[in-house]
Design a binder for this molecule. Structure first.
Ligand code: GRG
Length: 294
């Protein structure tokens, strides 16, 4: 088992090079994309992809373009989410948001650029690799960030503000806006490593539990977190009447449900058919989500 920081460093080292490898990008566009990409962040999604692939005996070199692509997709979603037409935020990852620095037009283009670059990187690797597992990993990521995944969740999120929270709707928002992009790296990492369908399914269940817990804790931190550690303005969700897990279940209920979601994730890991895999990294990561402060 490698430490989190080792996977994180692999991603940090590869991100800019992966972008630059696509060819000549207009300087301002590259600056705007790089600004948000290099603004920090935990790199959770790419780390999950590398760790899942590593656990199942896959190649980290083959997985790296997918890991970087996923971080690009996540970063695009943050850039667009921060725009005045969406959440209208001034601060992200402890820095002024992309549109505050580059203007709204460039922030939209930076997001578009990050999403398109991500697709290109994955498909280039799929063409190079020439095996169906490369295509299937790209399909899983495209599906989970797309119109039945993250974009669907964000749509229901922005159109539900001010409504009375009901469990089905809040679960839908969290499952798609957040958990899909946390499930994507597990699914893609296992597919790249050639895992069997049953183990990919267990990985998907793990990703769902982890992703739901991650967003429940995010909702809790919006009330109880430290803005300096979170790198963003807190308290905005409640003020905007967002459908959060805290709005649905209260702070205590949200803590309890986050613990249950993590337990579900850990159960799924233990149910993997391949009992030779070292599940410690993914298990520890899921458990630490409960106590995360950033
Ligand atoms: C614009 C299509 C579109 C989607 C936006 C990502 C998102 C959906 C909205 C941002 C607000 C939010 C609460 C998203 C839920 C996912 C989440 C908790 C994102 C923050 O992820 P972290 O904590 O951030 O991994 P870092 O900065 O560490 O990468």
């Amino acid at each position: 088992m490698r430490p989190y920081q080792e996977y994180q460093q692999m991603v940090e080292d590869a991100l800019h090079g992966q972008l630059a490898s696509l060819g000549e990008i207009p300087a301002l566009l590259l600056d705007a994309m790089d600004y948000s990409l290099k603004a920090g962040g935990k790199r959770l999604r790419p780390v999950l992809l590398l760790a899942a692939c590593d656990m199942a005996g896959g190649s980290l070199e083959e997985a790296l373009p997918y890991a970087c692509a996923l971080e690009m997709i996540h970063t695009y979603s943050l850039v667009h989410d921060d725009l005045p037409a969406m959440d209208n935020d001034d601060l992200r990852r402890g820095k002024p948001t992309n549109h505050k620095v580059f203007g709204e037009g460039m922030a939209i283009l930076a997001g578009d650029g990050l999403l398109s670059a991500a697709m290109e990187l994955m498909l280039r690797q799929a063409v190079r690799g020439g095996e169906m597992r490369f295509v299937r990993a790209a399909e899983a990521i495209a599906r989970r960030c797309g119109v039945t995944g993250m974009v669907a969740g964000q749509t229901v999120d922005v159109t539900s503000e001010g409504k009375t929270p009901d469990e089905d709707t809040v679960r839908y928002i969290h499952a798609h806006k957040t958990a899909d992009l946390i499930t994507a790296p597990i699914e893609a990492g296992l597919l790249l490593a050639g895992a069997c369908a049953e183990d990919v399914q267990s990985g998907v269940e793990y990703g769902y539990g982890l992703g739901m817990a991650f967003q429940m804790v995010d909702d809790i931190l919006d009330h109880e977190g430290d803005p300096a550690l979170m790198g963003k303005t807190l308290g905005k969700d409640a003020a905007a009447g967002k459908l959060t897990w805290v709005a649905l279940r209260g702070l205590e209920g949200a803590h309890e449900d986050a613990r249950k979601a993590v337990a579900g994730a850990v159960d799924a890991l233990h149910g993997m058919k391949n009992q030779n895999w070292d599940i410690n990294f993914l298990e520890t990561l899921a458990q630490s989500t409960i106590n995360r402060v950033q």
